[in-house]
Design a protein around this ligand. Structure first.
Ligand code: ZN
Length: 246
């Protein structure tokens, strides 16, 4: 692929309502994530947010998106079901999907996983050590053995997801819990990556290694357009003997 067309979707509510979040992400988390991706070569990046018409995910946008990233939290239920169905259809056709942090409870992630996607959590600003457990994987390219985040929200197992096809990261938290924090899936022709860190009150998306993971994941999830498949009722390729009805 020449240029990977990325759409960074953000719920963009916390930033407008909570000054503590706005202080960390004055232009919104989606613009911080998009800005980091724009520094990479080979990406064409745009953003979309919940309160835009069709949540910014019109047919035209979805049909020209190779990889969609998704951050949502307080307004999962406001995402319209028909838009979720269109996103899911595009994933089945081959669009990549990167689900970030609290996106674990988004309609699109739950519908693609088919499980509750529930987990344990604690907001104590403890440190998170993300271990690279699949160092040869393209999503781990350029990382050291660990990513160290000084302050993060804790997510703990059990994380109620299907067994990942590849597990790239495992997180450890100061309070003692562990979590499968980098999970790869395929649904239809589409590649999906779930990446755990990114609580809105912490500067996680400014962290160079976190930005690197998201860029690596976008490259991994981007695929050339899949050939159109014909479904439904078909005529026989060869002449069939006529079965007499009695
Ligand atoms: Zn959070």
């Amino acid at each position: 692929m020449d240029t990977i067309r990325v759409t960074v979707w953000g719920e963009y509510r916390h930033e407008k309502r909570n000054p503590a979040v706005a202080a960390v992400y004055p232009d919104g988390m989606h613009n911080t994530i998009a800005g980091a991706l724009r520094k990479q070569s080979g990406f064409s990046v745009r953003t979309a947010t919940l309160d835009e018409p069709e949540h910014g995910l019109t047919d035209d946008v979805l049909n020209t998106t190779d990889v969609l990233t998704w951050w949502g939290h307080v307004a999962h239920n406001e995402v319209r079901d028909e838009i979720v169905a269109k996103v899911r259809q595009r994933v089945w056709e081959g669009m990549g999907l990167i689900v970030l942090h609290s996106g674990h409870f988004s309609k699109i992630f739950k519908s693609l996983m088919g499980t509750s996607c529930d987990l344990k959590w604690r907001e104590a600003g403890e440190n998170e050590r993300i271990w690279v457990v699949e160092p040869g994987h393209p999503i781990a390219e350029g990382l050291g053995e660990t990513i160290e985040l000084e302050h993060e929200e804790m997510y703990g197992e059990r994380f109620d997801i299907p067994q990942p096809e590849t597990l790239v990261f495992v997180s450890w938290f100061k309070g003692g819990e562990v979590f499968r924090s980098g999970c790869c899936y395929t649904r239809g022709k589409g590649r999906i990556f779930y990446f755990r860190p990114g609580h809105e009150t912490f500067p996680t998306y400014h962290h160079p290694d976190v930005q690197r993971v998201i860029a690596n994941a976008v490259r991994w999830a981007a695929q050339p357009p899949a050939p159109k498949v014909v479904f439904g009722n078909v005529k026989p390729r060869e002449e069939l003997a006529v079965v007499q009805e009695s």
